[in-house]
Unconditional design. Structure first.
Length: 358
């Protein structure tokens, strides 16, 4: 594909994505954003090759005009190194071009996680941030990718709530499934520790709720354009401070289900739209799964992505250096390592327990 054609198609896609009505057509919206991501990789690779070619030409000019033998040799060496890099980049571009968007748009198993501060004020918000860090570290250890979709930070560095997506750059194997790893994290998490702001050394008990939603595959959820109410507003930070003077934050209401989602983490309205629609689609799928579960009177199915959020599922006791999961009545020590993302023993125990019960 010629550079001019790539650039032209990319600009056409950006123009289509700027249409506010497009957000209601989810299938088209996802198709265009997938294609946009693919073209961006092509453009970046072509730019890399162009930069290398320019540097090679600069060194060739030095060869023609340089009489200093040392500088002449340096230029020759750099030309050889740049040519090698150019050859590698060209092969990568060829690979990208041949697989086209079929490979780029392969669905990966994924999960969308919401963490909300519960009882405990500032300490609950700090605990929500600790849970977010714990899951982020775990994702890093598994070589998974994380993207924040929305967040409401506090002045002390906590989160009133944060929503993020965990995906894999490759399609995970069955035993390395993102959804299987995270689905049992849904519920109320309780922490018992001395807050950093506590002067008398008193232990506080705070909570945060975790919701885990499966990310639907492309085309799974049909959204009627007439079912959406879309509002834009100015993004704000802790204390109500504006972090962006433009109307880049977005709120989308799905009228039939009364589902409301927000996104304000990005500077671009378009990117916030993409994030909000990702959250909305997952929430609608969660409702559909719950309804199907009720129809089948299957208690386990009604808990998918919910895990009975009204009850606490786990306690993090810092003074005793242990985490207790109340569902399986089991405690795990080395709390500091667990909070750094070393969750494998807990996750495997939960998967084993619930697999045996199912």
């Amino acid at each position: 594909m010629r550079a001019e054609d790539v650039k032209k198609e990319y600009e056409e896609i950006l123009e289509q994505l700027s249409n506010p009505e497009l957000i209601s057509n989810w299938e088209k919206f996802q198709e265009l954003t997938g294609r946009k991501s693919y073209l961006e990789k092509i453009i970046e690779k072509k730019k890399e090759i162009e930069d290398l070619e320019n540097k090679i030409e600069e060194n060739k000019t030095i060869l023609k005009s340089q009489e200093d033998q040392e500088l002449f040799s340096l230029a020759e060496t750099e030309i050889a190194q740049l040519s090698e890099k150019k050859e590698i980049a060209e092969k990568e571009l060829e690979k990208l071009s041949t697989k086209e968007k079929k490979e780029e748009e392969k669905p990966a198993k994924a999960a969308i996680i919401e963490i909300r501060a519960g009882a405990g004020g500032d300490e609950a918000a700090l605990f929500a941030a600790s849970l977010f860090k714990m899951y982020s570290k775990y994702a890093q250890l598994k070589n998974w990718q994380q993207k924040i979709l929305d967040s409401k930070p506090t002045e002390l560095g906590g989160f009133k709530e944060i929503t993020f997506e965990i995906t894999s750059p490759r399609r995970p194997a069955k035993e390395d499934d993102i959804w299987s790893s995270f689905k049992n994290e849904a519920g109320v998490h309780r922490v018992q520790r001395i807050p950093a702001t506590e002067k008398s050394g008193r232990v506080h008990t705070s909570t945060a709720s975790v919701a885990v939603l499966p990310k639907p595959q492309k085309g799974k959820i049909k959204i009627n354009p007439n079912d959406l109410k879309i509002d834009t507003y100015k993004a704000s930070g802790p204390g109500g401070q504006y972090v962006n003077k433009r109307m880049t934050a977005i709120r989308i209401t799905h009228l039939p289900t009364k589902t409301v989602v927000n996104s304000q983490t990005e500077r671009s309205l378009q990117q916030n739209k993409e994030n909000a629609m990702t959250i909305l689609e997952a929430k609608i799928l969660e409702k559909q799964i719950e309804e199907e579960g009720k129809k089948l009177k299957d208690e386990r199915k009604t808990q998918i992505g919910k895990a009975d959020r009204s009850e606490k599922i786990r306690t993090y006791n810092f003074s005793q250096d242990r985490v207790t999961d109340h569902r399986i009545k089991k405690s795990f020590h080395n709390l500091e390592e667990i909070m750094e993302g070393k969750l494998e023993s807990i996750i495997k125990s939960l998967i084993t327990e619930f697999t045996q019960k199912s």
